[in-house]
Design a protein. Sequence first.
Length: 330
Amino acid sequence: MFVWWLYIQTEQAQKCFEVEDQPSGGSFDMDSPISKSSYMAARMAAGAVCHAIDKVLNNETRNAFVVVRPPGHHAGPNGCVEGEGFHLRPEMCTCGFCLLNNVCIGASYAMSNYCAPYYTPPGMGDETKKRVSIQRVAIVDFDIHHGNGTEEVIRNLIPHKQNYPLPPSWAPVQFSSYKPWRDEKDADNVFFSSIHLYDDDNFYPCSGVGPHGCSPELQDRKNIVNLPLSVLGPKYLDERLKLSSKAKKALMEQSSKTFRQNVTEKLIPALTKFRPDLIMLSAGFDGHADDFYYFLSEDDYGWITEQVAAVAEEYVESFLLGCWVRWLVD
């Protein structure tokens, strides 16, 4: 529990405390309005994820679907995550409505509190009860925006030097960064994959295209799998709104094919090889055709959920009594 409490002592929390209790509230950044109650709402959202984990890992339910706001996958270990092009597009450096990274809090909670296969329930004396043991956690994010906050939290499980996002003409400045969850083996025991839209510096958060960072410690992390999708169709929203039914249908077919190919050929093999004890989904549905960012359908979202569930059935259930958590971010 200490790890969970330490994690949420962030800049976002301090900003919420500073907001006066007035109708207009305040703002953490240009994307993230807050009030004095925002921090409590964020804590309750993260707490709901932890509660769902308790239910699943104590065999009270097979899986859980947690519908919470505010979301979390853009919140990094210290708040906003600055991309390499921050000096060119500072407006892309926001928390994207996120205050606390719910899925990372849940994952760290599971690894820290369920690392032993036995426990003594309150009031049961010395009697022990067998439960699942969580050593390896996988997070799969299919929101159309890259889960940059989640990735940054996971990269901080490795001690490393990180560059400040300065213009190329400036002298490089580095700082040390390391925020473990349980021990020095955390980085090998956490898997993250994000399938998302990428369009250089034109689509938030302008990240998730490949290997990250200049630090040698962060290169070639096989447990981090980014699957960027290219923009399809007209670039601007007003043009997309004018698409004919035939054109939209063609884009939906193309989107579905590309999306499913990435999942089948890259995500599922990597997830299967990792052999997780617990799977958590950051499930954002803003890649749906009616949102006009991308052109996926309800069938595509159902399909990817079934593919991940199949991995859980094959590996998680056989070892850990079917501990698969489905988690909704957006």
